[in-house]
Design a protein around this ligand. Structure first.
Ligand code: PML
Ligand code: MG
Length: 242
């Protein structure tokens, strides 16, 4: 099957970044998905874009890694404090003793476009560009009948995050990923790892706050770091949903 990667990003002068999304779709669905992503860019609650970029690239079948979606569990929390305690407990479960310090560093990712790549043991930041961070990209979900793509026309925070987290923690040098959404009306976040899968934490911040960001916890040497960054930013991945 011939496939294409489509990436959309939209911005305007007042807001800066408004909306972004990506897909990896079969050739026969390319036009339809371009139209859908365009419509998403034009109808975002953050405002009207004055710049929209649609990037379309052919993807060879042999280039694609196929992964199964991480198993999902949900932990109900009453507020951000309890939510953070849950994340801390899962960090401890991974044998990480510096959990509190990791949670404190999370704030530094709130102003970044991508994620922070943090050395799990030294807590040194490893992104080559600290403002941009690392952007995990070139991924999409796939269901047996292809219905996954069309089922999620608008933004689906959960599905998009599950795809991203599955890609990220599948790299052998990523120990875990932490995420809080930067959308003010979305308070569910997660911690994900190969060990326990994707753990949704229902309240991880206050409603109305746009403080959100991601940390990828990394363990490995310099060579592994380079391989990991290349994988996160360039490897094409399709995540298979049940
Ligand atoms: C984002 O805003 O892109 C992050 C979404 C996190 C989704 C968490 C979930 O619902 O499982
Ligand atoms: Mg967002």
């Amino acid at each position: 099957m011939n496939r294409y990667s489509i990436k959309m990003r939209a911005s305007n002068k007042e807001e800066g970044h408004i909306s972004g999304a990506e897909r990896i779709v079969p050739e026969e669905e390319l036009e339809q998905y371009c139209a859908r992503l365009l419509s998403r860019a034009l109808r975002h609650s953050k405002g009207k874009p004055d710049f929209i970029n649609l990037k379309i690239e052919a993807v060879e079948e042999e280039e694609i890694f196929h992964l199964s979606a991480l198993p999902v569990t949900t932990v109900e929390t009453s507020g951000p404090e309890e939510g953070m305690d849950v994340v801390l407990a899962y960090l401890r479960r991974l044998g990480l003793q510096r959990g509190e310090e990791i949670l404190a560093l999370w704030k530094q990712s709130f102003s970044m476009r991508g994620a922070m790549l943090l050395d799990t043991d030294t807590l040194l930041r490893l992104e080559p560009d600290r403002e941009r961070g690392i952007r995990a990209t070139y991924m999409d979900m796939e269901t047996a009948d292809g219905a996954g793509r069309s089922a999620c026309e608008g933004k689906n925070h959960f599905h998009e995050a599950l795809v991203l987290a599955t890609k990220v923690v599948s790299h052998p040098n990523i120990v875990a990923e932490l995420c809080i959404s930067d959308d003010p009306d979305y308070v569910t976040g997660y911690i994900a790892s190969r060990e326990f899968g994707y753990v949704r934490v229902t309240r991880l911040k206050e409603m109305g706050s746009s403080n959100g960001g991601r940390i990828f916890l990394f363990r490995g040497d310099e060579e592994a770091r380079e391989d990991c960054i290349r994988y996160l930013q360039q490897q094409k991945v399709l995540v298979h949903m049940e």
